[in-house]
Write a protein that binds this ligand. Structure first.
Ligand code: ADE
Ligand code: ZN
Length: 346
């Protein structure tokens, strides 16, 4: 029987929770820092990698924002994005929905258009050369105030044809979704699809606020929703997707070990879950690594793994025809694995 890693690689899939700044590998960070003459608080790639030990979300964010500070030119954003897209293609990712944090860059004087132009050039290249499609989602930084999010939205509106959605990320504790009610209302009115990080470190109530106040159509993480049975019932009834990130949860001490990750319970409860990598350069694995690690730790069967891949297309922002085409490709891959007797549940 095919080993689990090969099985996962052969499944076409989508990735729906991926911060492009979180794909900055130490080698590329050091190379771009040198090119731009930006001092990094780490002297070498090894020293930088050694800093990747986090007690919580904030410790990670401090390193993540420091490293994002090397990105200045459109070329930097292009190289960052293209490196991720090539890596995703190798994982048989057919469609990816990418978060970016413009406020991290505009606060340093990097123009909004530089960021979007660099990223979009790589996205177009991946569509043309690799057949890999994408959507771009702008995240407001929730540790900043709502007025700053409004200014960012003003900058995004002229790029409505390139930016599909808005999200909410950064330090969750003490920064509830309700703080961003008005800017999300404006964003929805302008045609952006609303999603939000909630229930990663924050309580189930933040997931409820993301759904009811921001009108989020998808929740990023959502782990702590399981503390509230009525909320779980709502997620199931409304088929709200959760974009779960197992290795991220492990690295940020959201779970003590992957064997206690809530993904299996979510599947058993009928929650619409997907598996994603979040910030793979920092968390020790890209999307396939997340599938393999969590499936092994939780004893998931291959039927569950296929369901997760199928959910990734169904939970995407693609239109119904594209979803059906990609789900069809997944079915072909599954049939081929079954025929070659590569199927088997533990
Ligand atoms: N920004 C990048 N990764 C994040 C995460 N896991 N949670 C909140 N904000 C983030
Ligand atoms: Zn995230």
């Amino acid at each position: 029987m095919t080993d689990l890693a090969t099985f996962v690689r052969r499944l076409p899939k989508a990735e729906l929770h991926l911060h492009i700044e979180g794909t900055l590998e130490p080698e590329l960070a050091v190379a771009i820092a040198r090119r731009n003459g930006i001092p990094l608080p780490y002297r070498s790639v090894d020293e930088l990698r050694a800093a990747y030990r986090f007690a919580d979300l904030q410790e990670f964010l401090d390193v993540y924002y420091a490293c994002a500070g090397v990105l200045i030119e459109a070329r930097d954003f292009y190289e960052l994005t293209w490196a991720y897209l090539k890596r995703a293609h190798a994982d048989n990712v057919r469609h990816t929905e990418i978060f970016f944090d413009p406020q991290t860059h505009t606060a340093r004087g990097v123009p909004f258009t530089t960021v979007v132009d660099g990223i979009c050039r790589a996205l177009d290249h991946a569509r043309d050369k690799l057949g890999l499609t994408s959507r771009l989602i702008l995240c407001f930084l929730r540790h900043l105030d709502e007025a700053e999010a409004h200014s960012t939205l003003d900058e995004a509106i002229p790029y409505r044809d390139r930016i599909a959605g808005v999200g909410l990320d950064s330090s969750e504790r003490g920064n509830p979704p309700s703080k961003f009610a008005e800017v999300f209302r404006r964003a929805r009115e302008a045609g952006f699809v609303p999603v939000a990080h909630a229930g990663e470190e924050g309580p189930a109530e933040y997931v409820r606020e993301a759904l009811h106040i921001l009108k989020a159509v998808r929740i990023d993480h959502g782990n702590n929703a399981l503390d509230d049975t009525d909320l779980v019932a709502e997620l199931v009834r409304r088929r709200i997707p959760l974009t779960v990130c197992p290795l991220s949860n492990l690295k940020l001490c959201i779970v003590d070990d992957l064997a206690s990750h809530p993904l299996k319970r979510m599947l058993e409860l009928g929650v619409f879950v997907t598996v994603n990598s979040d910030d793979p350069a920092y968390f020790g694995g890209y999307v396939n690594d997340n599938y393999v690690a969590v499936a092994e730790a939780l004893g998931l069967g291959r039927t569950d793994v296929v369901q997760l891949a199928r959910n990734s297309f169904d939970a995407s922002l693609l239109d119904d025809a594209d979803k059906a085409r990609l789900v069809g490709e997944l079915s072909v891959a599954v049939s081929s694995l079954e025929r070659s007797e590569d199927w088997g549940d533990p």
